[in-house]
Design a protein around this ligand. Sequence first.
Ligand code: GDP
Ligand code: MG
Length: 297
Amino acid sequence: DKEYVGFATLPNQVHRKSVKKGFDFTLMVAGESGLGKSTLVNSLFLTDLYRDRKLLSAEERIMQTVEITKHAVDIEEKGVRLRLTIVDTPGFGDAVNNTECWRPVAEYIDQQFEQYFRDESGLNRKNIQDNRVHCCLYFISPFGHGLRPLDVEFMKALHQRVNIVPILAKADTLTPLEVERKKRKIREEIELFGIKVYQFPDCDSDEDEDFKLQDQALKESIPFAVIGSNTVVEARGRRVRGRLYPWGIVEVENPGHCDFVKLRTMLVRTHMQDLKDVTRETHYENYRAQCIQSMTR
Ligand code: GDP
Ligand code: MG
């Protein structure tokens, strides 16, 4: 039995025409180094995105701190093709001086808008390669008391540019009660500091009760508490992705252990198209309006 990520349901979210062409989606991960960003994206898409990463020399590793890297993979499920691009922003927070560490990331996002804007005004408008960033998973440390000043600064620098989905990293290091407390604290601080994270669209009034409950649960999950792992362990007679501890096993895909499945369902099965729509209609439009304004000034 093969594992599925679940994007075969994408055609339900959009027009059939785009099914043949396949889907493009660009996901960015940001936040402090060592919080499990690379591990999580591997777990999310059941693929080893970093398999051809060469061993880096010490010098290169230091260089890597501010370098933004892009990995593209083509995945296909049940005849539906997804071209997934992961934009990794490694090492943030490592530098001695962290002021404006968000700047290269913000510039990267703007550059993709700029490229799209140029292509859109060009002759070959039909075949534009869309590299705009549709979503940014922002990782928050489980070891702090809510958000740190750097988190606030970083998210505020990005929230007009990209859909931010906050993530509470390494949830296996917290007890269930601590997870709930930290989530509430982080939600309050997001509100307090005026950070605009991605808003799940309100569901239609004619949706059934089950759907509404699911939608409510999703909104209350923010920030998604996740556990990542690239190793398969044996739990209750099954082979699962998890982390093995002397006292037991935490399972990545067990909804009782963390929000991993909820996050993946949201990203892939239910909200991918909305994330793309908001990118185009809000974030890109903002950028475009600024461009046009500065051209006519
Ligand atoms: P990145 O720097 O944010 O990309 O972090 P990595 O994905 O490279 O992970 C850093 C370390 O944390 C590795 O040793 C991972 O095995 C470990 N790690 C990743 N995810 C988790 C998690 O959910 N829980 C725990 N306890 N460790 C994790
Ligand atoms: Mg990494």
